[in-house]
Design a protein around this ligand. Structure first.
Ligand code: ADP
Ligand code: GLC
Length: 491
């Protein structure tokens, strides 16, 4: 079989830039595909923060100072590459200082949609200049969801892409990238108007994610359960009908874990490693992580961790209600690392004052601390309202850090509720998104923890789970190959 050629478009990618799981997934998928022989080229914007990192970037001579006109304005970009660390696989960067040298990856600036329409076009233009004809354009989230539209309109003249197919992967349907309908003119999308959703245009908006759902050759999301959930109200967030209207539906492919980075045996961020047969290193990490949060070790006290974007999606409103009573009733430590909405930062900052010595909160983003928290904690709390996949619960399992999760999306697909009688299961799963259910779950886990033999059994079960990318990547490959077989005339 000829090697697959894949162009991946992503707004973030490890190790260069990350706000959440998309970065982990994009970096790992590009590497896995390359290791399996594909010519997989992952493109992302060259953010200012990326340039401050330790990586070396080389300009790509064929793609320098390329002009793109968006409406009345002309912009220019250049293409750079750098190796994905530890590999010969290259990552590709769109450099346009005007759009991407800003204080954060994502902004609330009025031209946010323009930044990513530009990114999308710059990737297509780069492929043209590199004479790279990808069999698959793999678009991630709304930021790249206009590729299928552009291939059918602005770039339909280019025979280079005659055999190209598109895959849209939805990592989070809560973000759709809405733009004003005036963007059609402003961004030269006017030729695409017949393909844009007429009702949306009448309402004054263009929805890039919806365009991708309508026009991509395949739509996937990051877990089988979320694939079902987004076809219904409320989790479809307005996209349920559009998704259901696709004859081939939406396929759920669970994310994998990069165990080169997230395994207590080898985790490069840890000073002390451990494995299921010798957990002494886990205790050493517990001492370290407690100290990092200014807390001290008490043998009987379980340690719960949260590492998260502090947004509504992650269920913090529930914790707001449930935690004070739980902290009064039970003796445990809670450590939290996260950044996001001010009200949730305040919630944890206040708890850290009120329950000084028991609750630790670190605001901000800290990759090394995130790993240490996975390694040293006893439990990991993810009460997400919805969770397309979720990576931390899978990381937690590997570290014997028992996940407490709401039964939704990828959490439901990757954690099985533990049954003390049969000894089967890997974590604690609560069904209802309410204070009663989360309080029950936390109390249940504390009771399990108090029984040392039971807890050891549960940890072993968790650590034996395997969510490696090796398996998941086969599903993407199979999808790509299936799409390659689609006759272009039937499109
Ligand atoms: P999401 O992508 O919705 O944020 P995931 O569970 O898929 O959720 O992925 C979150 C990723 O981001 C994990 O790798 C987690 O460790 C990381 N992360 C989130 N917040 C922080 C933070 N404040 N510091 C370090 N890592 C973080
Ligand atoms: C999104 C989702 C998260 C998922 C990640 C990677 O950020 O919120 O559940 O794991 O993308 O696919």
């Amino acid at each position: 079989m000829p090697p697959l050629t894949v162009c991946l478009l992503t707004s973030e990618m490890m190790p260069f830039a990350k706000t959440g799981g998309l970065a982990d997934v994009a970096g790992a998928l590009a590497l896995e595909l390359a290791q399996r022989g594909a010519d997989a080229r992952a493109f992302m914007p060259l953010y200012g923060s990326v340039l401050q990192g330790p990586w070396k970037f080389a300009p790509v001579p064929e793609v320098q100072d390329v002009a793109i006109e968006l409406g009345a304005t002309k912009y220019a970009f250049s293409l750079l590459t750098s190796n994905l660390p530890g590999s010969k696989t290259r990552a590709w960067f769109i450099d346009c200082p005007k759009f991407f040298r800003r204080a954060s990856l994502y902004t609330n600036d009025p031209d946010e949609y323009r930044r990513f329409v530009f990114f999308t076009r710059a990737v297509i233009e780069s492929c043209q200049r590199l004479h790279f004809a990808p069999a698959i354009f793999h678009c991630n989230d709304w930021h790249a969801a206009l590729v299928p539209l552009l291939l059918r309109t602005a770039y339909s003249w280019d025979k280079l892409f005659a055999g190209s197919r598109s895959v849209l992967t939805i990592h989070n349907i809560g973000y759709q990238g809405l733009m004003p309908a005036s963007a059609a003119l402003e961004l030269d999308l006017s030729p695409s108007e017949p393909l844009l959703d007429a009702a949306d245009l009448a309402d004054g908006i263009i929805n890039p994610l919806k365009s991708g759902i309508l026009l991509a050759d395949a739509v996937t999301t990051v877990s089988p359960t979320y694939a079902k959930e987004i076809c219904e109200t409320p989790l479809g967030m307005g996209m349920e009908q559009t998704l259901r209207a696709r004859a081939d539906g939406v396929t759920g492919i669970l994310n994998g874990v990069d165990y080169r980075l997230w395994d207590p045996r080898v985790d490069p961020q840890l000073k002390v490693h451990f494995e299921p047969d010798d957990l002494s290193g886990k205790l050493a990490n517990k001492y370290q992580v407690l100290a990092a949060h200014g807390l001290t070790f008490v043998r009987s006290r379980p340690l719960i961790a949260i590492v998260s974007r502090l947004t509504d999606q992650k269920g913090f409103d529930l914790l707001h209600e449930a935690l004070p009573a739980l902290l009064e009733q039970r003796d445990f430590n809670l450590i939290v690392l996260g950044s996001g909405e001010a009200r949730y930062e305040k919630l944890f900052a206040d708890l850290a004052v009120q329950y000084a010595g028991r609750v630790g909160f670190r605001a901000g983003y800290d990759e090394a601390l995130a790993h240490l928290m996975e390694a040293g904690s006893d439990m990991f709390l993810m009460p997400s309202r919805y969770e397309p996949c979720g990576l931390n619960q899978m990381y937690s399992l590997r570290y014997g850090t028992i996940p407490i999760v709401h039964k939704t999306g990828g959490l439901a697909d990757s954690v099985q509720h533990f049954d003390p009688a049969s000894g089967r299961g890997t974590g604690c799963v609560f069904n209802d998104f309410d204070v009663g259910a989360i309080s029950w779950a936390m109390n249940t886990v504390f009771d399990w923890y108090a029984n040392t033999a039971l807890w050891k059994k549960l940890m072993r079960n968790a650590m034996a789970q395997d969510f490696s990318w090796g398996r998941q990547v086969l599903e993407y490959e199979a999808l790509y190959r299936r799409l390659q077989g689609i006759d272009a005339s039937k499109k």
